[in-house]
Design a protein. Structure first.
Length: 234
């Protein structure tokens, strides 16, 4: 029971933090719950695709194999299905009315996936695994989601750049995820310093994107309120 709590605690802490950072128009609990469930359910197609892609890992030499495993098997598979879940859940939703909403829903989907993954790893690896993943893997998944949601939220409101922004919403999380895993998969001790630096970079970049879209949401909210006033009959 303690391991289950340890594995889920960072997920709910980050989810609460993202919820309260959405300062101007809170998202409905129903959709946030669906986002978590959608993220958890992506585990199924991800496992199927990863199992298929893993067959080719041994075809490559050591470091190329680590790169393939990190960027293709893990990064591509996981971020692709998170992106599909995000698109299906909110792209046409009336609730998707602020740029910051992209971050909220993408992060919740990532956290849904991270919850399932973390339970499996922590139950197998124990307390030490749970503690280390609470400050590395779970926040990393959240930041991959923040990155995806940042560009996805912009794509919703900048029609001329929509295709490019949607592409970035998928490619950038794959790259970040791949770099994160590649450092670990190489098994090189000296890369520990690089790993710590990269995790710090993820934290800083994630917080920066949160602040940027949060401030943009002020203007978006004012615009929506103006439209509502203008549409009301005198």
């Amino acid at each position: 029971m303690n391991l289950l709590i340890l594995s889920l605690a960072p997920v709910f802490i980050i989810a609460a933090y993202i919820y309260f950072r959405d300062k101007y128009e809170k998202e409905p609990f129903r959709l946030l719950f669906f986002a978590l469930i959608a993220g958890a359910l992506t585990v199924i197609p991800i496992l199927i695709l990863e199992t298929f892609l893993s067959r080719y890992t041994n075809l490559f030499p050591r470091y190329v194999s680590a790169a393939y495993e990190a960027f293709v098997v893990a990064g591509f598979s996981e971020e692709l299905f998170k992106y599909i879940a995000l698109y299906l859940l909110i792209w046409k939703s009336a609730e998707f009315n602020e740029k910051f909403d992209g971050i909220v829903y993408a992060t919740y989907i990532s956290l849904g996936f991270a919850a399932v993954e973390n339970v499996l790893y922590v139950i197998e690896g124990g307390m030490q695994t749970g503690i280390s993943r609470a400050i590395t893997a779970v926040p990393a998944h959240a930041i991959f989601g923040i990155t995806m949601g940042f560009y996805f939220g912009l794509a919703r409101f900048y029609e001329l750049e929509r295709t490019s922004l949607k592409r970035k919403a998928l490619i950038y999380p794959i790259l970040l995820h791949g770099i994160y895993d590649f450092i670990l998969f190489t098994g090189l001790a000296w890369l520990t310093v690089v790993f710590v630096a990269f995790v710090l970079f993820l934290y800083i970049s994630g917080l920066k994107r949160l602040r940027e879209l949060s401030s943009l949401s002020i203007y978006n909210t004012d615009y929506n309120l103006l439209n509502q006033k203008l549409s009301k009959p005198e």
